[in-house]
Design a protein around this ligand. Structure first.
Ligand code: C2O
Ligand code: CU
Length: 565
């Protein structure tokens, strides 16, 4: 290709998702930005990203896309590239491996701009998809805050720390219902609950994308008691009947929804149905919705109203309180030949703990999330890891790292040799404040296998027992690390600080050379330090594409004047 397939412009703009105006970061003027589509197995996708903001650096990350041969296109500051300074652009070019068809997203990777700077990225099948459906719809879930991106992040890093609180609205495809006190008509055209239109008697693939900054959401559909899950994080799975879905920040699902016939709609007396959204694992619940609307002139359009206040949704469709461990236990890969590397190949186990700690005198406490004793956001290198490596200036002492539980204390990273197979165990460690929450850990670069999860302390015996319960591991790039059933959050004071309340294991074959982040996808936690970097097979980095080195290795002077995060 001689011209980019897509051009994205990242800029500041005023949004009013729920009728309240907020200065936000947008992509091509909107939130979400445009839905990008590309086909698996094709040559490559080239996206030119302009930073049209006046004073903020940015990068764009292709969330969930495996970066075989193109680690420089992963889109993370301090890890894979120099930030894109205001007024500059960056060319992202990467391949979509065969077998990668599925639902992804893109989002900025600098600070809280992710609250609004995201969009859907759909990788289409090269042949007919393995499941039949007539059409598809995309449902992107987001959090809308009234505080600015800057204030959200500054509060978290302040001493004493100020929590972001729950979002003021949950958005769907950028929309949310909101009270408006001014001219009703103008208000109506601008803010309402998202309406997703369908035809009767059809099968739809509904793609759900967790683009929330914080919220972990449960979702269910009024009068549509079940649907069939077919895709998890970009991999097809055997159909699994479910009545509700849990979607954490960073996770994606597709399900098949058989729509009702005209007769069924007539019997129900309506054509618009609520889709409930309720948050979990917070002290308070956030509520949101979207509306499934049947596009038919045969029946009056009764039912859920996009301009009415949300009903007491928790009563419309009761959503269970327990964590639906079924996604981990019961869902199996569609490709029966897909299996994780054998136990005999695993060379070592790396523990990635996440602990919330406080420091300093109690009246000026900083609160942070620590991984292996450090806070990622304070240890980012001045020159991104991957740039250092391409400059020939990154030395990795594997022996020292292995002797230190896998962590290289010089680079604050987890180096893994090319071809090595490792088990990565995420530990959910009880916090200083005596609270527990569930964390969606996200890995960049590729999709590892989810081997097992458990509650309580991790041990080889617990791991073996949990694996015996799993039918066949699926691959994902964002996995929940629970701390028990949801009710344990915040109320539990019996688990002392430092004790492990839950764990999840990823098995990874290091066949995608590059520097890739591993972090909690809850943005407040990430900002507070909850992450680290995997340096995978850095001796076998692919060469930079022809003509790319100038843009990639050098950076515009202004990019150092503006902090990366
Ligand atoms: Cu969507 Cu590093 O994340
Ligand atoms: Cu977290």
């Amino acid at each position: 290709a001689w011209a980019p397939d897509h051009i994205l412009r990242i800029a500041n703009a005023t949004l009013a998702a729920d009728c309240t105006e907020r200065q936000s970061v947008t992509i091509n003027g909107t939130s979400p930005g445009p839905t990008l589509r590309a086909r698996e197995g094709e040559d490559s996708v080239w996206v030119r990203v302009f930073n049209d903001m006046e004073a903020e650096n940015t990068t764009l990350h292709w969330h969930g896309i495996s970066q075989y041969g193109s680690p420089f296109a992963d889109g993370t500051p301090a890890t894979s590239q120099w930030p894109i300074a205001p007024g500059n652009y960056f060319d992202y070019e990467f391949k979509l491996a065969a077998g990668s068809a599925g639902t992804y997203m893109y989002h900025t990777h600098v600070g809280f701009s992710v609250v609004t700077a995201y969009g859907a990225f759909i990788v289409e099948d090269s042949d007919a998809p393995p499941y039949d459906y007539d059409d598809e719809r995309v449902v992107v879930l987001g959090d809308f805050y009234y505080k600015s991106d800057y204030n959200l992040s500054a509060g978290l890093l302040a001493a004493p720390f100020k929590w972001t609180n729950d979002p003021q609205a949950l958005t769907v495809n950028g929309n949310a219902y909101g009270e408006c006190d001014s001219e009703v008509k103008a208000c109506q055209s601008g803010c309402h609950t998202e309406v997703v239109s369908v035809e009767p008697d059809r099968t739809y693939r509904i793609r759900v994308i967790g683009a929330t900054a914080l919220s972990f959401l449960y979702m269910a559909l009024e009068d549509h008691p079940s649907f069939e899950l077919i895709e998890v994080d970009g991999d097809y799975v055997n159909t699994h009947k479910a009545s509700f879905l849990e979607v954490a920040s960073g996770q994606r699902y597709s399900f098949l929804l058989r729509t009702k016939s005209l007769d069924e709609l007539r019997a129900l007396g309506k054509t618009r149905f609520w889709a409930n959204l309720e948050s979990r694992w917070r002290t308070t619940r956030s509520y949101g919705a979207w509306i499934l609307e049947y596009n038919t002139t045969e029946l009056p359009g009764d039912g859920a109203d996009p301009y009415s206040t949300l009903p007491h949704l928790n009563k419309t469709i009761p959503l269970p309180d327990e964590a639906p461990f079924w996604v981990m236990n019961e869902v199996t890969p569609l490709d029966a030949t897909q299996a994780p590397p054998d136990d005999s190949e695993v060379s070592r186990t790396i523990f990635v703990d996440g602990t919330q700690l406080n420091s300093g005198p109690s009246d000026a406490q900083k609160t942070f999330w620590q991984t292996h004793g450090y806070m990622y956001s304070e240890e980012m290198p001045a020159t991104p890891y991957l740039i250092q490596a391409y400059q020939g200036g990154l030395t990795i002492d594997y022996d020292a790292a292995i002797a230190n539980e896998g962590y290289d204390n010089t680079t604050h990273s987890l180096p893994v040799r090319a071809g090595e197979v490792v088990d990565i165990v995420f530990l959910n460690v009880a916090s200083a404040s005596g609270t527990l929450e569930a964390h969606p850990w996200h890995i960049h670069g590729k999709h590892p296998y989810v081997m097992a999860y458990g509650l309580g302390e991790f041990s080889e015996e617990a791991y073996a027992a949990a694996r015996a319960n799993m039918t066949a591991p699926i691959k994902r790039d964002t996995v929940m690390v629970y701390a028990g059933p949801e009710g344990m959050a915040y109320s539990n004071t019996t688990i002392p600080q430092g004790q492990v309340a839950g764990w999840t294991v990823f098995r990874l074959r290091a066949d995608v050379p590059g520097a890739f982040m591993l972090h909690c996808h809850i943005q407040p936690h990430f900002t507070m330090g909850m992450g680290t970097v995997l340096l995978i097979g850095m001796e076998e980095l692919p060469p930079l594409p022809e003509g790319f080195a100038d843009q990639y290795m050098t950076y515009n002077a202004t990019s150092q004047d503006v902090p990366a995060s």
